[in-house]
Design a binder for this molecule. Sequence first.
Ligand code: FES
Ligand code: FES
Length: 181
Amino acid sequence: MTSMTVNGEAVRYRLDPQTPLLFALRDASNLTGTKHGCYSGDCGTCTVIVDGRATLSCQITIAEAEGADVTTIEGLSADRAHPLQQAWAMEQVSQCGRCDPGFIMTLAALMRATPSPTTEQLATLPNICRCGATLRILKAVRRAAEVAAPLSSQAPARSQHGPSRFSNGSSSESQIQPNDS
Ligand code: FES
Ligand code: FES
């Protein structure tokens, strides 16, 4: 039995402790907003927030997440009111939509501490959009930052933030180019 908190609710999984968190979330918790992409730590599609950090759920077992506080795209906001979700809709980012949850969760973790990410930070996001929606994604981030920055000045940023457990170390690898179209 593996216990953790998922989207604010206590969860106990009767699964092999080596089960990837991704499959526990999707198959046992029916939280299918978290997508399965490469399963090798290379695409960021499966990103969730674990204890405040963007985490590749395909690269962490439920045993490793024991006792953790996990947030999936379903738990990011009750009514899709998070600035990133609103900006995604306003900029009509989605094409196939497969990369969206991973991008949003990575950015949500980043923007908790850095409400207005720099171009350099955006250029090193470990997420990939196969549909070429990069320009719209960047526009959405800028739109969300316009909302998030004033809000953040009213509340202290969380101490933990940013990508972690990206097993391929790709945080230093440029996969989004700010001038892409
Ligand atoms: S599915 Fe691609 S990084 Fe997890
Ligand atoms: S919208 Fe299809 S992968 Fe990004």
